[in-house]
Write a protein that binds this ligand. Structure first.
Ligand SMILES: O=C(O)C(=O)C[C@]1(C(=O)O)C=C[C@@H](O)C=C1
Length: 281
């Protein structure tokens, strides 16, 4: 057997982590399907529900298309999950397997947002820390990363740009450096549009992926992050401070609700994952 290169070994570790996460989610889905089967039995309705299965498939097709999955892959993945669900419902109903208390515990834990649920901790613990994902992310062509980042910035800043709140940024270039990923980009507003590239910046914000996400999602405030030196400003301090103040003042309600929820959830999960990695839990 030929020894894998360091990059291939890192990619394989990431694949193993994703496989672990996928199987974990499949197991959680199976437990939920058992609960659905029990509800239907209590209501004396048919266990198999083709109309619901069609909706599940249709949703997977839409989601899959957005994630760049082929129709066949999305269909096969969901067919497998539904097949597993049907088998479990049969077993649970016919043989009385699976204790209701255990099911209640699983579902209860999944809805307990005050304390992150156990299954989420398990999943996060199996994910590699950002610095291990860095080689993977660096392998993504810069043009794709720039496009995604530009779209993300536009979603958050569109209203502020229309109101002219970003006029002070005209022809100025703000760098974002993600230290643990070894990535940096420059955001600029020129010709009325927002551009992202990897050129020189007038001022830069530096921090880990998690801390930058916590700032973007407003889960932790800028003052704390800068005071604790988890985020740092370099270059033209005046420009950096103006951007920081703008982020503070940005009317959060003008950012689309879906983006706010996604950012908030992502930032909290990233913080929990960092905590779990630090604790070596
Ligand atoms: O939604 C339900 O009623 C389920 O039992 C879950 C599920 C699924 O796996 O998505 C499984 C079997 C049914 O035929 C429909 C859907």
């Amino acid at each position: 057997m030929i020894a894998a290169s360091p990059r291939l070994a890192a990619v394989r570790r990431a694949i193993d982590a994703v496989d672990g996460g996928s199987l974990l989610l499949l197991a959680v889905r199976g437990r939920l399907a058992e609960a659905a089967g029990r509800c239907k039995r209590e209501q004396a309705v048919a266990i198999r529900d083709p109309a619901r299965e069609a909706r599940v498939h249709a949703r997977a097709q839409r989601l899959g298309a957005r994630l760049g999955l082929s129709q066949d892959t999305a269909r096969a993945a969901l067919a497998l999950a539904i097949d597993d669900a049907c088998r479990r419902q049969q077993v649970a109903d016919d043989l009385g397997q699976g204790t209701p208390a255990a099911l209640r515990a699983t579902i209860g834990a999944m809805h307990d947002h005050a304390h992150e649920p156990a299954w989420e901790r398990l999943l996060l613990r199996s994910l590699p820390p950002p610095r291990r994902l860095a080689p993977l992310l660096r392998a993504v062509p810069p043009s794709i990363v720039h496009r995604l980042l530009r779209q993300a910035c536009l979603r958050v800043l569109a209203q502020a740009m229309v109101r002219g709140d970003l006029d002070f940024m005209h022809d100025r270039r703000l760098g974002i450096e993600v230290t643990d990923l070894g990535l940096r980009w420059t955001v600029a507003i020129a010709d009325g549009g927002l551009q992202v590239d990897d050129g020189e910046a007038d001022a830069s914000v530096r921090g880990t992926a998690t801390d930058l996400l916590l700032l973007a999602a407003r889960v932790e405030d800028a003052d704390t992050l800068f005071f604790q030196r988890r985020l740092m400003l370099t270059g033209d301090t005046e420009l950096g401070l103006t951007v920081r103040n703008l982020l503070d003042r940005l009317p959060w309600e003008t950012v689309p609700l879906g983006v706010r929820i996604g950012l908030n959830r992502g930032a909290r999960l990233a913080r929990l994952a960092r905590q779990l990695h630090r604790d070596g839990a």
